[in-house]
Write a protein that binds this ligand. Structure first.
Ligand SMILES: [Zn+2]
Ligand SMILES: [Zn+2]
Length: 320
């Protein structure tokens, strides 16, 4: 039985498995796929979970809770390729159930690709689950972005790159390591945490005393930093966003940036479909983003029963 509520609850062989629960429940097998806030617990009735050491350390920083990593019989953690420390979970019981969380099957500068895993039931994300979302070759996009940056830096100017503090920021830090980087303090802090896990990432914070043009400032551009970015733009800074949504027409204009580059931490629709095919499940549940559209696509293109995961009980054996 699969139930959407406090995370995704799977009951199988008299055990309860929770994927990305909001509340860690004692007695259940709690699994945390990665450290983005929509996947992290907010309430801790239990202090143990299955997750990567990196995710554990981000729980410490972001939730100020010390959780203990527990490995459970029948549960395998697999690389998800989404952000540092992201994991998919394969639960083996009466059936093999694979939960992807957010995942990506492209190798990138700071993460390794997720690989398909044979399963009976697949619970997959569908953020970009519409056919128009096909991402270009990652290395080619980065090469074009480097040309853009070289031009700016060559003119002794400032570039501002907008990116999520965890995930995209590390990708940009790794990809643009040869540029004079200046990071928002939160991003520098995240990079420092990852350095302690062996990541080779620059952690140079922007310093008003010492950082002089040319430099490349990486920031989320949110909160108090909005005003700061406005000032940099007033000094002639050029801005760029990095997102899968940059495929949408009008994205650059709506985001108010000078340039937008198609870089995503997720699979494109073609990659999602290929992943499902290679996992060869009997049934698929989709969630997040274009869940309904992607379930339809799986049925039509692969002939595999698929449906969006909604807040009611789904049995593993049939679809209602
Ligand atoms: Zn995520
Ligand atoms: Zn997510």
């Amino acid at each position: 039985m699969i139930h959407l509520g406090n995370g995704v609850l799977l009951t199988m062989d008299n055990r309860s498995f929770r994927f990305d629960p909001r509340r860690l429940e004692p007695g259940d097998v709690n699994m945390i796929s990665h450290a983005h806030s929509d996947h992290l617990p907010t309430s801790f009735k239990d202090m143990a979970a299955t997750c990567s050491p990196i995710t554990r350390d981000f729980v410490r920083v972001r939730r100020r809770k010390e959780i203990e990593i527990r490995s459970e019989g029948g549960v395998r953690s697999l690389e998800a390729g989404h952000i540092a420390g992201s994991r998919m979970f394969a639960v083996k019981g009466d059936k093999t159930v694979l939960y992807t969380g957010d995942f990506c099957t492209r190798d990138k500068g700071s993460t390794k690709a997720a690989r398909p895993h044979k399963c009976d039931i697949l619970i997959t994300e569908a953020t970009y689950g519409k056919p128009q979302y096909v991402f270009p070759e990652h290395s080619e996009v980065i090469a074009v972005a480097k040309d853009w940056l070289e031009d700016i830096v060559g003119k002794n100017r400032i570039a501002v790159l907008f990116a999520y503090p965890l995930g995209k920021s590390q990708e940009l830090t790794a990809s643009f390591r040869d540029f004079p980087l200046a990071l928002h303090p939160t991003i520098a802090q995240n990079n420092r945490l990852l350095r302690s896990h062996g990541y080779d990432l620059c952690d140079a914070e922007y310093d008003p005393e010492r950082t002089k043009p040319p430099f490349v400032y990486i920031t989320s551009g949110m909160g108090k930093d909005r005003e700061f970015v406005r000032k940099l733009v007033g000094r002639g800074a050029k801005t760029a966003a990095f997102s899968g949504w940059a495929l949408d027409r009008g994205y650059t204009y709506q985001s108010g940036v000078d340039e937008a580059f198609v870089v995503s931490d997720h699979c494109g629709c073609d990659e999602l479909l290929e992943f499902v095919r290679r996992c060869s499940p009997e049934k698929v549940f989709t969630q997040h983003g274009f869940a309904k559209e992607f379930a339809h696509l799986i049925r039509r293109e692969l002939g595999i029963p698929a449906q969006p995961l909604v807040a009611r009980q789904h049995t593993l054996d049939h679809f209602c």
